[in-house]
Design a protein around this ligand. Structure first.
Ligand SMILES: Cc1ncc(COP(=O)(O)O)c(C=O)c1O
Length: 393
């Protein structure tokens, strides 16, 4: 067997691209003495209103998780309600359903794209269903037209988990620009970051106002309006809210990240195409299939599936071997219906969601971020080939 020269430096799975503009804006924020929600958050929200072509209201938050929670709270979701979502998602998409006392119902995903399957959504609708939370997985859009048709027929709300999808387009429109509610994440691995953070785009003024109030304790005025010149310190609690507001320190980073987003997304696209090219003859590594409808993919993740049937190792052993060769990988995502809490509470078992489960045992994500080099990618693919050769049955 051929030997393999291990690189010296660890290649992380993800790394944010932070420039001097972000650093200067954070320093400016610290110097002004106004650190929490204020003018920089307002500016970032304005940029997102513009992004939606002025059609939507934007509400900045300290995470996408907070946004998903507020989206459910403002639908008055309560015990007895059912919310349909995908099992291939980050836990928070589902945890927030539990926080409202409602029941998560899982629709299976498409085996090759990992997007939620509209047919499976339809099959899971009952009298108790109130909303659907589809995820635009990995930076590609799910099939919104079909999901919207189902939602309209059954009078259901749609909360788009767009944590992966800032800049993603579906049939010529950016995700969030014509949504009831879409929620973006700015966690450091995302296509743009604010450290931690999230943004809701919402098409309904009253609901947006309620979300704004709920993001800051349920009171009528946030601190910026109370303590800045001309503000008055009085406030009124209208309903018990949360502490979900974004800081100006975070927005300072986000304003510049947003301005670089098309460059970031273009670079991700170039790198993704290069991975597809380098992997074209590596049959044991199966990338996801392309969506059959008109779309722009922002390549938040480069997810592949390992052909474990032809190898002597499991996916987990394989990614440990990659780690030993100084390559970081991600898992997006182990099917959540089989995670401890959900499995025990609802009695889910293997066989309930076959496509999600098949992928769950095989998937992992390769390093992908704007500062990754083509040479890094060649190293990753050479390492994959080397390990496949080593572990072949
Ligand atoms: C699909 C999905 N939804 C929601 C979230 C939550 O985002 P945040 O970390 O900003 O709360 C994530 C985060 O990774 C995600 O991947």
């Amino acid at each position: 067997m051929k030997s393999f020269k291990k690189r010296e430096k660890f290649l992380p799975f993800s790394r944010p691209t932070i420039g001097q503009q972000e650093i200067d804006e954070v320093v400016d924020c610290l110097r002004t003495g106004w650190l929490t929600t204020g003018p920089k958050v307002i500016k970032l929200e304005e940029l997102f209103v513009e992004y939606s072509d002025g059609r939507q209201e934007a509400i900045a938050l300290n995470s996408a998780t907070a946004g998903l929670h507020l989206a459910l709270v403002t639908l008055d979701i309560r015990p007895g309600d059912e919310i349909i979502t995908t099992p291939i998602t980050w836990p928070s998409t589902v945890n927030v359903i539990e926080h409202c006392g409602a029941r998560p119902i899982f629709a299976d995903v498409n085996k090759d794209t990992l997007q939620i399957e509209p047919k499976s959504i339809e099959a899971k609708i009952t009298q108790k269903t109130r909303a659907i939370i589809p995820v635009h997985f990995a930076g590609a859009p799910c099939d919104l037209d079909q999901i919207r048709e189902i939602a309209t027929q059954h009078n259901l709300s749609i909360i788009e988990d767009a944590a992966h999808a800032v800049g993603t387009e579906y049939k010529g429109r950016v995700i969030g620009s014509d949504s009831e509610v879409a929620v973006f994440s700015f966690h450091p691995i995302k296509n743009m970051t604010t450290g931690e953070g999230g943004m809701i785009l919402c098409n309904n003024h009253e609901r947006a106002q309620r979300m704004r109030m709920l993001r800051f304790h349920g009171i009528s005025r946030d601190a910026w309006k109370r303590y800045s010149k001309g503000g008055v310190p009085q406030y009124e609690v209208y309903e018990p809210g949360f502490k979900y507001n974004m800081l100006d320190i975070q927005a300072a980073i986000g304003i510049h990240q947003f301005q670089k987003l098309s460059y970031f997304n273009h670079r991700r696209y170039t790198l993704a195409m290069n991975y597809l090219h380098l992997l074209r003859d590596v049959h044991e590594i199966m990338p996801l299939a392309e969506m059959p409808y008109d779309h722009v993919h922002t390549w938040h993740l480069f997810v592949v599936r390992l052909d474990i049937d032809s190898l002597r190792v499991s996916r987990d052993e394989f990614i440990m071997a990659l780690q030993e060769l100084n390559i970081g990988t991600g898992l997006h995502f182990p099917a959540i219906h089989l995670q401890h809490y959900y499995k025990n509470k609802y009695g889910f078992k293997l066989g309930d969601l076959p496509n999600a489960e098949w992928n769950s045992q095989r998937l992992f994500s390769l390093p992908l971020y704007p500062s990754l080099s083509e040479a890094d990618q060649e190293y990753v693919v050479d390492a994959l080939k080397y390990l496949i050769e080593r572990f072949k049955k």
